[in-house]
Design a protein around this ligand. Structure first.
Ligand code: IMP
Length: 448
């Protein structure tokens, strides 16, 4: 019976997705949920190694870019869906890192044969053109572009070495011409061209040799399977198993619904789950993750951004430096208009609020409740990007607190103003806050 367990009880699947501009702490929430027995598989449906999930377990810090956060749980299946772009060299390194710390005591990994590969020329193209958006430079946008242009190389193309070599030869030839034209168009000087190490990235034999070693290593790993992920997930649902979907990046970085063009090239919003896996779970609980303040890396609008001692403090106390690139994140007040928008676009059922402890000692706190353009109150996305600069942000003040909350385990034990802050968010966004993060550790999570 689809979607029911043996006792006939319907199993609820969960998607954990970002509600802001990423780095909300989704990894920690996925890791906490992955401990629950009811979830059999943790599934990534979009993004690539532009993501960075940090999980702290037993004082040890794990940073993943491509692997789903559930990979640390040996009883689980982890899945890389069709909507993910996969760099085999990165995947190979991450599997090696985990194996060196946990041996074969980690989750099984299923890779969709439909997933597109990130090739060295994608990284080159990203490094040449990604500057204005401030991309992570990992080749993500160009890999998705080639997929849409129907010239991508997919994991299925690695089934036979001859087929893979042929596809690499074809694409390397095309990219040599394309990249030469790009370098001329942007007048990239010789010195910079040298830094790009063009030969290494564009010579077919070199690329095949470098990639094939990694591909073989991945495929020979006894914990890795390749195939039809949609059928695999459908099978789990039919057995009444529950799935945990792990979003990367976030709502405002969605290619369709984010702050275009300052976005990533995939669909972190809820629709991405279906496209990126080929599976439609009937019962899907949508859990949005929101940081207790706002951060953003890369360029683009950020109306509640601060450039003062509060933002410095948020950055230092909250360790707001990119997991993938190490870039300092831009920091600002919590924007409730953003959370309301995320609620609408994703149909949020609940919120997990992270990093509440970082706000300790800041007086007063402020939250943005709406914007004003020309005296009129407007919702977030009625603000055209040309207007964002001139939009007035309407703030409300909230009382702060000084007590250390990093050891608090029950909501009732939080200081009054901290509880009020959470309740205010619930009120304004209209969904319950069911989890509150008070520190980076696995146990520093209050459940309500
Ligand atoms: P790309 O995904 O590398 O193409 O970068 C596009 C935009 O998304 C840039 O502003 C990046 O900083 C941002 N971005 C990509 N991945 C993440 C992430 O995991 N966290 C936060 N921002 C991200």
């Amino acid at each position: 019976m689809a979607g029911h367990n043996k006792g006939g009880r319907r199993m609820t699947n969960i998607v954990v997705l970002g509600t802001q501009w990423g780095d909300e702490g989704k990894g920690k929430i996925v890791d906490a949920l992955a401990q629950e027995e009811r979830f059999r598989a943790v599934v990534r449906y979009q993004g690539g190694n532009n993501a960075g999930h940090t999980v702290v377990v037993g004082g040890e810090r794990y940073a993943f870019h491509l692997l789903p956060s559930g990979i640390l749980s040996p009883s689980k299946d982890c899945v890389i869906g069709a909507g993910v772009v996969l760099n085999p060299q990165v995947l190979c390194e991450e599997l090696q890192q985990i194996a060196s710390r946990l041996g074969q005591q980690h989750a099984r990994l299923w890779i969709s044969e439909k997933a597109h590969l990130v090739m060295p020329w994608h990284v080159l193209r990203d490094r040449i053109t990604g500057g204005t958006v401030g991309t992570t430079g990992r080749g993500i946008g160009p890999a998705y572009s080639d997929g849409v242009a129907r010239r991508g190389i997919r994991w299925a193309d690695t089934r036979y070495p001859g087929r893979f070599a042929l596809r690499v030869e074809e694409e390397a030839m095309w990219n040599r011409q394309l990249i030469a034209a790009m370098l001329d168009h942007w007048h990239i000087p010789g010195e910079q061209r040298e830094q790009l190490q063009l030969h290494e990235a564009l010579d077919a034999a070199t690329v095949v040799a470098g990639y094939w070693t990694c591909i073989e290593e991945i495929k020979s790993n006894p914990l890795v399977r390749s195939g039809d992920v949609s059928a695999f997930l459908d099978g789990l649902l039919s057995q009444g198993q529950a799935l945990l979907f792990e979003g990367a990046q976030a709502t405002l970085l969605d290619i369709a619904h984010g702050t275009y063009p300052f976005v990533t090239s995939s669909h972190p919003t809820v629709g991405g789950v279906y496209v990126g896996t080929g599976c439609r779970p009937r019962e899907l609980h949508v859990l949005g993750v929101a940081k207790a303040y706002t951060t953003r890396v890369g360029a683009g609008p950020f109306p509640t951004e601060l450039e003062d001692e509060v933002s410095e403090r948020l950055r230092e106390v909250g360790h707001e430096y990119g997991t993938t690139t190490g870039r300092p994140r831009r920091c600002g007040w919590l924007d409730l208009t953003v959370l309301r928008y995320a609620r609408r676009v994703n149909g949020l059922d609940a919120l997990a609020l992270t990093k509440l402890d970082v706000l300790t000692g800041i007086h007063p706190l402020r939250v943005a409740t709406r914007y004003c353009v020309g005296g009129d109150s407007v919702a977030f996305f009625t603000v055209h990007d040309a207007d964002v600069e001139h939009a007035g942000v309407v703030y409300e003040e909230c009382a702060g607190w000084d007590q250390d909350i990093t050891g608090v385990t029950r909501f009732a034990d939080l200081p009054g103003p901290a509880r009020q802050y959470v309740l205010r968010i619930e009120d304004e966004v209209g969904v319950p806050v069911t989890m509150v993060g008070v520190g980076p550790g696995r146990s520093q999570l209050i459940r309500r």
